[in-house]
Design a protein around this ligand. Structure first.
Ligand code: HEC
Ligand code: HEC
Ligand code: HEC
Ligand code: HEC
Length: 150
C-alpha cells in the first residue's frame, strides 16, 4: 500500500481560501454602515435621511384647492388620471406661495407621450407630427381637455 502524502498544492489552496474569506470578513466588518440591519436589510438611518429632505411635489389635491375649475375639467377628460405635476413639474413652491410662477409647459411636452413610436403601447393615441395638423398643439387642443379646442 502506498503511503498517503498530503499534496503541497492543497496546503497553498487552503491558505489562499482562508486569506480570501478572511479579507472579505474584515472588509464586511469595516465597510458595513453602522445602522445596517437595524430594522431590516438596509441602513436604518436611511429612513431619517430620506424623510429630512424637503418635498418638492405638492400633489393633485393641493393644486385642486386653488384650481378647482381646472381639476374638475380634467377629471372628465382623457387626461383624467394624470397628476397636475406630471406636466407642470414639481410645484410645491408655487402651491405654498403663488408669487412663484410655474414654468410654462412647452407644446413639445405633449410629444413625450403622443409622438408615434412603435414601442409605445397602442392604446395611447399617437401622431406623426409632420402628418398631423401642426406643431402648436395648444392651437387646437386644450391641455386639460385635449379633445376640445380652445
Ligand atoms: C394657494 C393657491 C394655489 C395653489 C395651492 C396652487 N396654485 Fe397655481 N396659481 C395660483 C394663483 C393665484 C395663480 C395666478 C392666477 C392667475 O394668473 O390666473 C396660479 C397660477 C398657476 C399657473 C399659471 C402660471 C402662469 O403662467 O401664469 C399654473 C400652471 C399653476 N398655477 C399650476 C399649479 C399647480 C400645478 C399646482 C399644484 C402643484 C398649483 N398651481 C397650486 C394659486 C395656487
Ligand atoms: C397634459 C399635461 C397637463 C396636465 C396633466 C395639467 N396641465 Fe395645466 N397646463 C398644461 C399646458 C400645456 C398649459 C398651457 C401652458 C402653460 O401655461 O404652461 C397649462 C396651463 C395651466 C394653467 C394656466 C392657464 C389656465 O388654463 O388657466 C393652470 C392654472 C394649470 N395649467 C393648472 C393645472 C392643474 C391644477 C392641473 C391638475 C388638475 C393641470 N394643470 C394639469 C398642461 C397640463
Ligand atoms: C404623460 C403622458 C401624456 C402627456 C404629457 C400628454 N398626454 Fe395626451 N393622453 C395621454 C393618455 C394616456 C391619454 C388617454 C389615452 C388616449 O386616448 O390616448 C391621452 C389622451 C389624449 C388625447 C385624446 C385622444 C383621443 O382621441 O382619445 C389627446 C387629443 C391628447 N391626449 C393630446 C395631448 C396634448 C395636446 C398634450 C400636451 C398638452 C398631451 N396630450 C400630453 C398621455 C399624455
Ligand atoms: C390645427 C389643429 C391641430 C393641431 C395644431 C394639433 N392637432 Fe392633434 N388633432 C387635431 C384634430 C382635428 C384631431 C382629431 C381628428 C383627427 O385625428 O384627424 C386631432 C387628434 C389628435 C390626437 C388623437 C389621434 C388619434 O389617433 O385619435 C392626438 C394624440 C393629438 N391630436 C395630439 C396632438 C399633439 C401632441 C399636437 C402638437 C404636436 C397636436 N395634436 C396638434 C387637430 C390638431
Amino acid at each position: 500500500m502506498r503511503h498517503f502524502r498530503f499534496p503541497p498544492q492543497l496546503f497553498r489552496l487552503v491558505l489562499l481560501t482562508l486569506a480570501i474569506v478572511g479579507a472579505y470578513l474584515v472588509a464586511r466588518t469595516l465597510l458595513t454602515p453602522q445602522s445596517f440591519g437595524e430594522y431590516g436589510w438596509y441602513r436604518g438611518s436611511a429612513l431619517a435621511e430620506i424623510a429630512s429632505r424637503t418635498p418638492v411635489f405638492a400633489g393633485k389635491k393641493a393644486c385642486a384647492e386653488c384650481h378647482a375649475d381646472i381639476a374638475q375639467k380634467m377629471a372628465q377628460s382623457e387626461h383624467k388620471t394624470f397628476s397636475c405635476e406630471a406636466c407642470h413639474g414639481a410645484n410645491r413652491e408655487h402651491a405654498m406661495d403663488h408669487d412663484v410662477v410655474p414654468a410654462k409647459v412647452p407644446d413639445s411636452y405633449c410629444l413625450r407621450c403622443h409622438e408615434g413610436n412603435p414601442s409605445r403601447p397602442s392604446w395611447i393615441k399617437q401622431i406623426v407630427v409632420k402628418d398631423h395638423y401642426g406643431e402648436k398643439c395648444s392651437d387646437c387642443h386644450l391641455p386639460h381637455q385635449p379633445t376640445q379646442s380652445p
